[in-house]
Design a protein around this ligand. Structure first.
Ligand SMILES: NC(=O)c1ccc[n+]([C@@H]2O[C@H](COP(=O)([O-])OP(=O)(O)OC[C@H]3O[C@@H](n4cnc5c(N)ncnc54)[C@H](OP(=O)(O)O)[C@@H]3O)[C@@H](O)[C@H]2O)c1
Length: 247
């Protein structure tokens, strides 16, 4: 696959695409001609999302998916295998977080476990279950939507900033980065490229635009870059806007 050729026959799946960056990633991939599977936790949400970004020239499908639920993931895999026989692009975008004031010492560990169940184990489960379909692609791409919050070197929101705030979220993203490195090493030579991407501080919540968050299409483009890498593109890296980020 060339960088500018996202092959109109490609099939892309985005988790947590009912709104926010995931929805916009789906829109941008659909615009490039990919068959794009918009997933959300409820049928109503995924259908409404697909309708929002669909159109005569785009092939947007709606599916239900909860990444924490093994049966839900396996059901979706069976449907996609039945309909397409393979998957070309998997964007692990779904995420949960507790709140900005949560620290490692104050965290409710049940709530922190729920964050890890979605952010880390949800993406991990998706990669495991969908691997047989990705292996059938001639240009498989896995994008792990991470965050500067999981970086040791990111100056604004990284692990060592903010007095340790947003603890479980940052820890989950650091673990996702480690998962990216492990998957990329295991898949070396298969043609499947695996990268972690930070969309940057993006205005998906009310009020944060005023704090400097950038427009959703810009954050989504950072993700789409990794979903549409050429065959000789990088694997096992951590990027924002196509530039390496410190782990
Ligand atoms: N916005 C930023 O500034 C920023 C910065 C760095 C990284 N990121 C990352 O970018 C990605 C998208 O963030 P966003 O800002 O667009 O957040 P968002 O609007 O909260 O979207 C997150 C999506 O994940 C879904 N989700 C949560 N739990 C799920 C589950 N168990 N199964 C399936 N879907 C689930 C949510 O669905 P519901 O509607 O059902 O809750 C929602 O659609 C996340 O990975 C986030 O960590 C965002």
């Amino acid at each position: 696959m060339r960088a500018d050729d996202s092959s109109s026959s490609s099939v892309a799946l985005i988790t947590g695409a009912g709104k926010g960056i995931g929805l916009e990633v789906a829109r941008q991939l659909g615009e490039r001609g990919m068959t794009t599977i918009v997933t959300a936790r409820t049928c109503e949400q995924s259908q409404a999302a697909a309708e929002r970004i669909g159109g005569a020239e785009r092939d947007i499908r709606a599916k239900t998916l909860d990444v924490t639920d093994q049966a839900s993931v396996e059901q979706l895999k069976a449907e996609i295998e039945d309909e397409f026989g393979r998957l070309d692009v998997l964007v692990n975008n779904a995420a949960a977080f507790v709140n900005w004031s949560e620290t490692a010492l104050t965290a409710d560990l049940e709530a922190a476990s729920a964050v890890l169940a979605t952010n880390l184990f949800g993406a991990w489960r998706m990669c495991q279950v969908f691997m047989p379909l990705l292996r059938r692609s001639t240009h498989g791409r896995i994008v792990i939507v991470s965050s500067g919050a999981g970086s040791h070197g990111e100056q604004q929101f990284g692990l060592t900033t903010g007095g340790g705030s947003v603890a479980s979220y940052g820890i989950s993203k650091a673990a996702l980065n480690a998962l990216t490195a492990k998957l990329a090493a295991e898949l070396a030579g298969t043609g499947i490229l695996v990268n972690a991407v930070c969309p940057g501080f993006t205005a998906t919540a009310p009020g944060i635009k005023a704090m400097g968050a950038r427009p959703i299409p810009e954050g989504a483009a950072s993700v789409v870059w990794a979903a549409t890498l050429p065959d000789d593109g990088p694997s096992g890296g951590f990027f924002r806007d196509g530039q390496p980020l410190p782990w």
